[in-house]
Design a binder for this molecule. Structure first.
Ligand SMILES: [Fe+2]
Ligand SMILES: [Fe+2]
Length: 276
């Protein structure tokens, strides 16, 4: 499959007049199987940036959601206002309630809409828990097996269990894998399943060992220094040609990745285009 990915929502804008930054993540995908939207940002920037980069949201064949967090799902209602009736691919935990305990106050960070509200706006939910083909050569990972012992994730992301908060296992975290002539093109949401687990699973399920490009949130920002270093070292063992991180990677982890990956590293912020 041929693919052109344009970042519509991300935390930074560089050299693009009129574009807006927000804490969020969204990619417009143009492929030979049609156009798709992967994630929707938090809802402040999507429509503006689609206009700025001349991406017609009405043309998308499907909206793919990496997980339930508001910074990936908050733009869904605005997207539906343009697409009207459209398939929305997501894990069935999309509507779970979850919270962030980092900072002075516990904050709600789940999807800010009800299922009924979204369906009334045209969303046709297609839920998956397993590896799923969306179009020939294009797959959502579904739940990613957790194999590494160091990718324990973000301890501040929690769900309620009775009167207590417990760590959100983030079973719903999934990534998009596209088979291209140059190897796999992997689009991460926030890598809550662990970037190493995700890349391992992508290779296992597609039978393709070459990884051409990896873009998206690595969540190496909010995890422990120990986990970050182990992940970066394990990442070096994959033969990744282009690594474009952003969003929940944060500056210190991005700098470390830039040191290790040198010219293969790039910032993947609003307006970045990656083709394969
Ligand atoms: Fe995120
Ligand atoms: Fe997230």
């Amino acid at each position: 499959m041929k693919i052109k990915a344009t970042v519509l929502c991300e935390n930074c804008v560089y050299s693009n007049l009129g574009a807006l930054a927000e804490h969020g993540w969204s990619i417009f995908l143009e492929t030979d199987q049609g156009n798709f939207l992967f994630d929707t940002g938090q809802g402040l920037a999507l429509l503006n940036n689609a206009r700025v980069f001349k991406k017609d949201l009405a043309s998308v064949r499907g909206i793919l959601l990496s997980h339930h967090h508001i910074d990936h799902t908050g733009g869904l209602r605005s997207a539906l206002s343009v697409t009207q009736k459209v398939n929305v691919y997501a894990h069935p935990d999309l509507f779970k309630e979850s919270y962030l305990t980092r900072g002075p106050k516990t904050k709600y960070i789940g999807i800010p809409f009800s299922r009924i509200e979204l369906e009334s706006q045209g969303a046709n939910f297609m839920f998956n828990t397993e590896f799923k083909e969306i179009a020939p050569g294009m797959y959502l990972t579904g739940e990613v097996p957790r194999k590494t012992d160091f990718e324990i994730g973000d301890l501040d992301q929690v769900i309620k269990s009775g009167d207590e908060f417990i760590k959100d296992p983030m079973r719903d975290d999934q990534s998009l894998i596209i088979k291209t002539e140059k190897g796999l093109f992997v689009i991460l949401g926030c890598s809550h399943a662990g970037i190493i687990n995700i890349l391992d699973y992508a290779r296992e399920m597609t039978g393709e060992t070459r990884i051409h490009a990896v873009i998206g949130g690595t969540h190496l920002g909010p995890v422990s220094q120990e986990q970050r270093e182990k992940s970066i070292m394990a990442l070096k063992a994959f033969d990744i040609e282009r690594l474009g991180v952003s969003h929940c990677t944060g500056l210190p982890a991005s700098l470390r990745l830039a040191q290790e990956f040198k010219e293969r590293f790039f910032f993947c912020n609003v307006g970045t285009v990656v083709e394969a």
